[in-house]
Design a protein around this ligand. Structure first.
Ligand code: ADP
Ligand code: MG
Length: 457
């Protein structure tokens, strides 16, 4: 058989399978049986074939029904999530879940490298399994470790369900915190000194000619004293956090003046667009989902920002608030100054959870201490061509390099990087911002050297 013939056979088989031949035959038979043959035979066939198709009006009704059904499903899903969030587990259930969770870590040993696995010994498990933090939160070890039990690729694998978790489960949290923050040899009682934002004027514009830096941002995380952290926030408390932050922002002054938008009032399209502009967060991270971060979504979530979008507060993203200052240039000094002003304003109304040993408290142990991440989005095309050297250089400068959306370096397009301080605990706020300033300047110098070498060579 020639290839054309074989294609014809295949096509014929396809038409048969799809019912086209059958439908056409029926239409032709119908026309054959018709006593008064119509003038417009094609119209007759078309009409016959479309007998079961909806007309425009019917189509609109169906489309409408579908939209309504989708809205209904999403409401039911929310309701289901709400009900799930309200189920209280008995101590026996907690015991069983914790035992199973731990077993799954041990059974999968070769794939688990989390700090949870490293420091949760059978003895500690036994000791902590049925202990809870004080009422009314009553957080179990399981409430903190559920995400690490389920996601074996976690780096840390544990979140604090409330401020007390850090003390009640201290023999587990403490080594995890020291290990993650490079404080293993620190014998001091205090790992994080009092806040010290230093002399703001010493932080400058790192790229006045706007050659390398696209934007600069510094964020802090805070949790309101007396309320649990996201794993154990009730629906009412999510709203309480939002209300407290909303009223605290009402006294903002000058360039900090802005407005608060609750997530439920932002349509999906605007949300996506705001996420793209880096001024809004979204849900989705699997590890945080398991940890309970998105319960009752979008209730209590939202964003406060000034019209220039240079000062922002994210409410209930993970911690109760993420306070951010941004600039679409390299003026880290301006960003830092605004951040300190914004925090000072908020602290006039809100008391935030602090720990004598760990400083500012956050749900994720990796953010403890200053909770500060100062970052620039920067284009270093020549340095980026040699990722190994770039990472080694950054390491030396105590900086972390990521892709611009927080992702892996491998996803970096046209050399845009997210460069920030690697450490958050054990140093003052000022020291960390200064580290970023000095490090970024050093990287820009290295890039310039490569430019010059390229011109000469
Ligand atoms: P963080 O933990 O500091 O909040 P993420 O990596 O989760 O950081 O990023 C949150 C959002 O902030 C993302 O949209 C990210 O692109 C944006 N972002 C972070 N640093 C900068 C920066 N220097 N300039 C602009 N956007 C930034
Ligand atoms: Mg943030």
């Amino acid at each position: 058989m020639t290839s054309i013939e074989s294609k014809r056979v295949q096509y014929r088989k396809y038409l048969e399978r799809a019912g086209v031949i059958d439908a056409l035959s029926k239409a032709l038979i119908k026309l054959y049986e018709e006593q008064n043959k119509p003038e417009d035979a094609i119209r007759f066939v078309r009409k016959f074939m479309c007998e079961s198709c909806p007309d425009d009006a019917q189509y609109d009704v169906m489309k409408n029904d579908l939209e309504e059904a989708k809205t209904h499903i999403s409401k039911l899903e929310q309701e289901l999530e709400r009900l799930r969030g309200q189920i209280k587990k008995s101590p026996e259930e907690y015991q069983e879940l914790t035992t199973e969770g731990y077993k799954s870590l041990i059974d999968d040993e070769e794939n688990v490298s989390s700090l949870l696995r490293k420091y949760l010994t059978p003895e500690l498990l036994e000791e902590y399994m049925l202990v809870t933090t004080p009422a009314p939160v009553d957080a179990y070890l399981y409430d903190c470790a559920v995400s690490g039990f389920e996601h074996h690729d976690s780096t840390v694998g544990i979140f604090a369900a409330d401020a007390d978790s850090y003390d009640v489960f201290n023999k587990l949290f403490d080594p995890i915190i020291k290990d993650y923050h490079g404080q293993m040899d620190n014998e001091n009682d205090v790992l994080q000194k009092d806040p010290d934002f230093g002399n703001v004027d010493e932080i400058e514009n790192l790229d006045p000619e706007r050659k390398y830096i696209l934007s600069a941002r510094i964020r802090l995380a805070r949790n309101i004293e007396g309320l649990p952290f996201f794993p154990k926030l009730t629906e009412k408390q999510f709203i309480e956090v939002e209300e407290k932050v909303r009223s605290a922002t009402e006294t903002m002054d000058g360039e900090l003046i802005g407005s608060y938008l609750t997530m439920a009032d932002i349509d999906a399209e605007s949300q996506a667009e705001m996420v793209k502009r880096h001024i809004l967060f979204q849900r989705g991270d699997e590890k945080l989902t398991t940890a309970g971060c998105y319960r009752f979504w979008p209730t209590g979530r939202g964003v406060y920002h000034n019209p220039a979008e240079t000062f922002l507060i994210w409410v209930n993203r993970q911690d109760h608030v993420h306070i951010m200052s941004m600039a679409q240039c390299g003026d880290l000094g301006d960003v830092y100054n605004r951040l300190v002003n914004g925090l000072t304003e908020l602290e006039k109304t809100l008391a935030f959870a602090r720990h004598p040993r760990y400083g500012n408290l956050t749900a994720c142990p990796t953010n403890l201490g200053t909770t500060l991440r100062a970052s620039v989005h920067i284009r270093l095309p020549l340095l980026s061509k040699d990722p190994d050297r770039l990472i080694a250089l950054a390491e030396e400068l105590q900086l972390q390099v990521r892709g611009p959306d927080g992702g892996e370096l491998a996803t970096v397009e046209d050399g845009v990087l997210d460069i920030s301080n690697k450490r958050k605990l054990g140093f003052t706020e000022f020291e960390l911002v200064k580290t970023v300033q000095d490090g970024v300047v050093a990287l820009i110098n290295a890039e310039e050297e490569l430019e010059i070498a390229g011109q000469e060579g």
